[in-house]
Write a protein of this length. Sequence first.
Length: 256
Amino acid sequence: MYFRALMVALAGAALLAGSAQAQTSAPAFLYSMPKLAPAHSARIHVRVDSMKYDHMIPSEYAFCTADGHGAATAGANKNPQISWSKGPAGTQSYAVVIYDTDSPAEHRELMNQKGATLTKAVKRKIFFHMVLVDIPATVMTVPEGAASNERLLHGKPASAIKVGVPAANSYTPAFAANDAMKGTYYGYDGPCSPWNDENAHHYHFTVYALSVPSLGLSGEFSAEAAVAAMKGKVLAQGQFLGVYSTNPAVMAKLKK
């Protein structure tokens, strides 16, 4: 029952995410992720344990996984360990952001619907799976399980996140109109790409070195608000890329 509610919520409640944001002070969603570091800045080297660059993300780190019958089922939803090289001189804090660049921006009512296909022509947008800010400059690892160790109905509280200050990830607006799922989803919640999507989804594990110790964000704030607050404060950035799908035809083509 839980997973059926999740699939219905992703397919239907997400349609109202834009209007829900418009009624609050949260920024609109992003069609693309801005380059926040200055041109020719130093590059941070990012490592994600248990993963290979541009290979499929292991199912234990996913919110949902292929069920072996052409659809999907619930995943373990544990965050992988993420580590990075030291930022340049002047680094006072870090931010770690995980985002998908292939989330459907239109026709979301077709997600996970039998007889329907999300084609490559569907317009895409950014979906944030984790945003942690105000990570002290002495910390250069998010340990496995520190931002999620389970899939939790209605989301994890901010107090459960053991590194940095978490933003509400994109599952928050996606589930806002569904009573069975709605809540504030802090920390990490992993991939759950539609099983009828022709696109492989690309997940960017990005680390930013910041010139300030804190972005000054408190209470419930969105991932988009965190990105906006980082503008003009990023000294360097780097990323690791993972890919994911629950569509068997797409999965067969991905590097394992």
